[in-house]
Design a protein around this ligand. Structure first.
Ligand SMILES: *Cc1c(COP(=O)(O)O)cnc(C)c1O
Length: 357
């Protein structure tokens, strides 16, 4: 099997080997040390300031999205939510559920966010801005520089879901004035699913510490407090946190976040160049390095996904809802190589010969 989905993705041999080991007890100085190293490296790769914090949540990415909404926003806020697909909609649903006031910046499938569009919302009574910087459902990567400028001008608290973008696209909390960054273990961190993490700027830490969180498991005050000594309030996904540690150190050894982003960029460009002559349209003009969203000329995206899986042992990522037949996605995160791209491109060419593509 070759896995080109956008999560869970393929893990390195080092990370996989840890999965075969016994899971150790975790209330120990050794595990605390590992967790403090995880926090240090994640903050470094996120371009967070020294006095920022990172907390690790046992739960998928959505758990950290929800924890962020519950702990950093309240009834005095009114936020702008960028909604250009399935993950933007999830933030809208979370704001509804937790009674956070919001307005939506609605974008069409794959449509980039422009300065003109943002200008319509300038100088209003908003207090925060919430965005999935890579809207994974369509592959569009929003311009963080524009968003950052807009938020600085309007003094907005900036929450960025970078779940599928962290370690794949250029990102820096300090440079862009990001207050909260969220990511997950099963995307470019290339570990099994089960852990998500939240990096909090000093301003975000302050919001968390003064929030009244009506949930025990997702109370980030508790997570921050325990994190000071490298621990978590409850039993975490210990094995995955150990795998994350190995992965973070692997990235460090290979040249850090920048090198990983460059590697992903090259893999994405290699694939996009190789499919130029195939009847596949790239859905957005502003793609993330993490994924290429494709619209097949015959509108049979789901059929292509199924045939690649069943007959070629290649997994691409299908889409749901009204995009089911229009779009499938090819991921470039995880342990993939240009030779893997060749395999997929050969399979696509074969589908073309067979009259399917
Ligand atoms: C994968 C992803 C999530 C999290 O989804 P989970 O299934 O909860 O891990 C959230 N936002 C984006 C942009 C994603 O790509």
């Amino acid at each position: 099997m070759i896995n080109f989905t956008v999560g869970p993705v393929q893990s390195s041999d080092v990370v996989r080997a840890i999965g075969a080991e016994q899971v150790p007890y975790f209330r120990t100085p050794e595990f605390s040390e590992l967790m403090l190293e995880n926090e240090r490296l994640v903050k470094k790769y996120a371009g967070a300031s020294e006095d920022s914090r990172a907390v690790f949540i046992t739960g998928s990415g959505t758990a950290s999205m929800e924890a962020t909404i519950m702990n950093t926003l309240n009834e005095n806020d009114k936020v702008l939510v960028v909604n250009g697909g399935g993950f933007g909609q999830r933030f809208v649903d979370l704001c509804d559920l937790h009674s956070i006031k919001y307005d939506v910046i609605k974008l069409n499938c794959g449509e980039p966010l422009t300065e003109e569009k943002l200008a319509e919302y300038s100088g209003k009574d908003y207090t925060g801005f919430v965005v999935n910087i890579h809207e994974t459902s369509t592959g569009v990567h929003y311009n963080l520089e524009l968003i950052s400028k807009f938020c600085k001008e309007n003094n907005l608290f900036l929450i960025v879901d970078a779940i599928s973008s962290f370690l794949a696209d250029e990102f820096n909390m300090n440079k862009y004035g990001v207050d909260v960054m969220i990511t997950g273990s099963q995307k470019a961190l290339a570990c099994p699913p089960g852990v998500s993490l939240i990096v909090l700027s000093p301003k975000a830490v302050e919001r968390v510490n003064s929030a009244e969180c009506k949930c025990m498991y997702f109370d980030l005050k508790n997570a921050l407090k325990n994190g000071e000594r490298g621990q978590t309030p409850f039993t975490p996904a210990v094995g995955i946190l150990i795998q994350i540690n190995a992965r973070l150190k692997e990235i460090e050894k290979n040249g850090g976040a920048e090198a990983e982003i460059q590697r992903t960029y090259e893999l994405a460009m290699d694939f996009r160049n190789k499919i130029k002559d195939l009847p596949l349209e790239i859905v957005t003009t502003a793609p993330s390095n993490a994924v290429t969203s494709l619209h097949p000329a015959k509108n049979n995206a789901h059929e292509i996904f199924t045939i690649l899986k069943d007959e070629y042992q290649i997994w691409v990522c299908p889409n749901g809802g009204d995009m089911k037949d229009r779009i499938f996605r090819v991921g470039h995160i995880g342990a993939l190589t240009k030779a893997d791209n060749d395999n997929l491109v050969d399979a696509l060419k074969d589908l073309q010969t067979r009259g399917i593509l």
